[in-house]
Unconditional design. Structure first.
Length: 753
């Protein structure tokens, strides 16, 4: 997107649509100050402190003359009917219907709506449309009929079609559409109902710039909006500013709120003079709109609009139920494949060969076209994949740039340009590291999915002068999208993480078996004796939580308390992740003592900066002062040393949560024989009396409730440093921070393992 277009869209985003200072002219507005009226007092005596400039056209009283007058002096005897209803505590956070009153010399019926704005009670008067009693009698049956019809619809598109047909019949609008927003804010038309002479947009996409972000936010707040005539002349407020705050009056909740001149021009460009939009809100988010257009001005009563809004609410609920059911079915299918996978992975003793034997199931699990496994120098691929050299280079890139438990992209070439050479087989990638120490990856590839988008007019339509304006063309503009795959489903990503945890558990079991065969069992038994109680306690606790909350969930299966059931599920998920993290860390610790070192020359400053970047998610929202001094280069295994350094920096971040700002300093010293590095913080510190326990497995000097962790990180640091022939130590004063230090010899030891 060009800078000019970006700037123009930013201007649209900042337009003051909530405080236009004006209303639509088909009704009038009065704001009352009820602060001086006692609870039991006569609310009709409340003074009018703000009016719309068209007051005289409806009541015969000049706007200026009404200011400061009691309500009954402005609207006469109708005030007595309104008085019992005029209580601010009864007003809702939207324009709510109060009653109908008769005003003016022509004895016109008006619907009265009310809401509260910054301590003022805002009254809106709209001329009633048609015979109210007859309208209400007809409207009562609409909702019931709609419920019966929509219950027979199976898909979201079918439900949407039922809704547009019903709203079109109820309102008489010439074009009624349902369109849903995607993650980028573009709206795709799913269903429509058309009268003769109206152009259809079914299947077409409206660009996000048609409805700026702030307008979408307003649709969440005020869920129905009617424009009777796009050629209207806005009517200003008197006074312009809010009488109590002195700021522009917020009309977000007002049914009469004047809309953006850009939007009115957009409507006229579309051949539309009347419109109504109904928000479709699913799970608290704007899922889409039920949008109505008419070529000529059109009036609707408040009661008609209310029924339309209720139809929209019913449609949104049905969409949510359908989406939840589809999501559940999808997850069950993926989980069935995962169960079959895991059964195959436990058949033989060779973990790699087990993976080779379940390649077809691995493809089905991720709905992928190809899969590859990279284990050190071994590479196994299956299906449609890049060649071996391309896969190895991709794994190298992942090891440097991805530090998460899962990497995924549906447009790989956008983040890894060399992938442009093999978009046919790998436009999408799901990468799962299966070791924290080595470059071991399970990679799924999705092929390119070329598709076309039919836009309702070219996005970012501009005038001849180059300034973004309301679009003048809505002719189909077709765009072909290349280089992307089918997107990765949220359920696929969540279950992939679950699969990874299980896979690491299997790998840990195999690693323990290999340790037994290699004569490592004696040393392992000594370590197990030291921390067996901690392991059993730490791992048993989350498993108890899982069992306990599962029992509670089953007991509440017949209970409709969704919030309670969701709380149980959240606790189960949290406990499962904690158990998985413990297994993950155990695997790292187990691997640490056996893996061969591959020392190379390392720039320590780059290693530190990479760890700090990786810790960005943990420090988000906090003030952390990273003080990194000039650091010497060392010769060491980069993967091992990065893990040790990350554990030390992560510890510093964890134990400075109560410091604002947190100060973490990385410094060094150089001698003829070794380089010494220090990581100092201003956190809670620890008692030096227990320093001998600090680097032991599952040894904690603080309560787990205060500082979460598995108790393995510092043990990993010691094992890594000692494998390099170095030493590790720490100093601290409780409440004044801690300094962790380690040394790396200038000449690394020979590693015969």
């Amino acid at each position: 997107m060009s800078e000019a277009i970006s700037a123009d869209i930013a201007t649209c985003e900042s337009e003051p649509i909530r405080i236009p200072g004006a209303v639509q002219p088909h009704g009038f507005l009065l704001s009352l100050d009820l602060s001086g009226v006692p609870d039991a007092g006569d609310a009709s005596a409340a003074p009018v402190v703000q009016v719309s400039d068209n007051l005289a056209a409806f009541t015969g009283m000049a706007p200026g003359a009404a200011l400061g007058q009691p309500l009954r002096a402005v609207i006469g005897s109708a005030a007595e009917l309104l008085a019992p209803l005029l209580r601010t505590e009864q007003a809702r956070d939207r324009a709510a219907f109060l009653t109908s009153v008769v005003l003016g010399p022509g004895a016109v019926h008006y619907d009265v709506l009310a809401h509260v704005c910054d301590s003022l009670l805002v009254l809106e008067f709209e001329p009633a449309v048609g015979d109210v009693d007859v309208s209400l009698h007809r409207l009562y049956t609409v909702v019931g009929d709609f419920l019966n019809k929509i219950s027979d619809a199976d898909s979201i598109v079918e439900m949407s079609q039922v809704a547009v047909n019903e709203v079109a019949a109820l309102t008489g609008f010439g074009r009624v559409m349902v369109y849903s927003f995607d993650k980028d804010g573009h709206g795709t038309v799913l269903a429509e109902a058309l009268q003769d002479g109206y152009e259809g947009y079914i299947g077409q996409r409206f660009p996000a710039s048609d409805i700026p972000r702030q307008a979408r936010d307003l649709y969440l707040l005020n869920r129905i909006r009617l424009i009777q005539d796009a050629n209207y002349v806005p009517v200003g407020l008197l006074p312009v500013a809010h009488p109590l705050t002195g700021r522009p009056t917020d009309l977000s909740l007002a049914a009469l709120r004047s809309v953006s001149p850009l939007h009115l021009q957009y409507m006229r460009n579309m051949g539309t003079l009347a419109s109504m939009s109904i928000s479709l809100v699913v799970d608290g988010k704007l899922w889409g709109l039920l949008s109505c257009h008419h070529a000529t001005p059109r009036r609707l009563s408040y009661h008609q609009r209310t029924v339309c809004e209720q139809l929209g609410q019913i449609l949104a609920l049905r969409i949510r139920n359908r989406a939840d059911a589809d999501e559940l079915q999808f997850r069950l299918e993926v989980r069935r494949v995962m169960v079959s996978l895991l059964a195959g992975l436990t058949q033989g003793a060779d973990f790699i060969e087990n993976l080779r034997s379940v390649m077809p199931e691995l493809l089905r699990f991720a709905h992928a076209g190809g899969v590859a496994i990279v284990i050190d120098d071994r590479l196994i691929s299956f299906g449609d994949t890049p060649d071996d050299d391309q896969i190895r280079k991709l794994a190298d890139w992942l090891s440097l740039h991805s530090h998460e438990d899962l990497f995924h992209s549906a447009n790989l070439s956008a983040v890894y340009p060399p992938a442009a050479d093999y978009v046919d087989s790998a436009s999408g990638l799901l990468a799962m590291p299966i070791s924290r120490i080595h470059q071991h990856y399970l990679l799924w590839f999705r092929p390119e999915h070329v598709y076309t988008i039919d836009w309702a007019g070219r996005p970012h339509d501009k005038t001849a002068s180059g300034v973004l304006s309301p679009r003048t063309s809505f002719d189909i503009w077709r765009e072909a999208v290349h280089g992307t795959s089918a997107p990765w489903h949220d359920a696929e990503l969540e279950l992939a993480l679950e699969f990874r945890t299980t896979l690491l558990g299997i790998a840990l079991e195999r690693a323990e078996q290999m340790a037994d065969l290699a004569g490592e069992l004696g040393r392992a038994n000594k370590e197990l004796e030291a921390f067996s109680y901690s392991v059993s306690h730490d791992l048993r606790a989350p498993l108890r939580h899982i069992v306990g909350f599962s029992d509670l969930l089953m007991e509440s299966a017949g209970n409709d308390n969704l919030e309670r059931r969701m709380r149980f599920l959240t606790n189960i998920k949290t406990s499962a992740r904690l158990a998985g993290k413990l297994v993950d860390d155990l695997l790292s610790f187990s691997q640490m003592g056996r893996a061969a070192l591959r020392p190379v020359r390392i720039r320590m400053s780059d290693l530190v900066n990479g760890c700090i970047e990786r810790l960005g998610t943990e420090t988000a929202g906090r003030r952390v002062d990273w003080q990194v001094e000039s650091l010497p280069d060392v010769t060491a295994d980069p993967a091992f040393l990065q893990l040790a350094l990350y554990n030390l920096l992560s510890n510093a971040v964890k134990f400075t949560t109560q410091s604002d700002p947190a100060v973490i300093r990385i410094s060094s010293e150089q001698s003829p024989t070794e380089a010494v590095f220090h990581v100092a913080d201003n956190g809670v510190g620890f008692n030096m009396e227990y320093v001998h326990k600090l680097f032991g497995v599952f040894q904690r000097l603080h309560r787990m409730e205060d500082f979460h962790g598995t108790g393995i990180g510092l043990a990993n640091v010691r094992r890594i440093v000692e494998r390099h022939g170095g030493r590790v130590w720490a100093k601290s004063v409780p409440g004044e921070g801690a300094t962790f230090s380690f040394s790396i010899p200038n000449t690394p030891p020979s590693d015969k393992e």
